[in-house]
Design a protein around this ligand. Sequence first.
Ligand code: NDP
Length: 288
Amino acid sequence: MKLISHPAFQTASGSPVVRLGQGTWHLGEQHARRTSEIAALQRGIALGLNLIDTAEMYGGGRSEALIGEAIRGTDRASLYLVSKVYPHNAGRANIFKSCEASLKRLGTDYLDLYLLHWRGNVPLAETAACMEELVSRGLIRHWGVSNLDTADMQELAAVPDGAHCVTDQILYHLASRGVEFDLLPWLESHQMTAMAYCPLAQYGDLERGLIGNRGLTAVARRHNASAAQILLAFTLLRDFVIPIPKSSSPEHTEDNAKALEIELTAGDVAELSRDYPAPTSKTWLDIV
Ligand code: NDP
């Protein structure tokens, strides 16, 4: 099992977090899919996928409420719950109310990790100070950011307590590798993790032709694996990167969990890189 070695990525009961999380964007938005979505999350938990990622934005709070329903009956201390605050709520005026509302919807009294969803107008120093206050009040255990590029991370590291940030959640998949040039090396050298969102490129929606790509298909065949599993195995290559694929069915969740057992070879990576090469210069951070 691939585990995260970063000290901030332990559950409250002291168990390590598995390096494949469960994304939840759009979960909880359609009543007809509720049963399958809850079953998907519960299957993931049963398979050891103890990190669940959400945000106050997702479904206007309905994703958090769905997660709350899915985890009722599971020992809270065995899970690692991540939520995100809107940029316009990430200052002293609103962040405490926002965090408390997320906790209520999730049916818990603390978050393991709370992220600034993307950078807005609130100064990073104010957000960092509020995050520290949330930690000292016991409402969150750790904090981080999302969608910040290298220059923003450097700015954050320079504000008081900015270095307490433990992660940057960023778009990263085989067909969007720009972060390999400078952001991933920066995060690694500052002992932070990178949470890889859209690790499946929304199953090809973000990159036409990805799922049927020749190289991806050949590598998948060699490993007797699905295209999704190989895409996840690619993002798992660096041990400080945590992919968080979203699945709405237990079948997809099971398929994705098997990616933790796949070890890509240098030959596999070369074949995957033929059409999706590593960057050779700085590109701006991709976002959705
Ligand atoms: P993903 O790359 O995870 O792709 C999700 C899509 O892949 C869904 O259509 C899903 O279908 C499909 N899928 C999942 N598993 C399989 C499988 N094994 N075989 C075939 N299809 C599969 O996209 P997301 O945008 O959901 O990103 C992942 C998570 O990252 C989000 O849910 C969210 O938690 C986070 N995120 C964070 C952002 C940020 O700004 N910080 C921005 C975007 C995402 P189905 O649902 O039918 O199972």
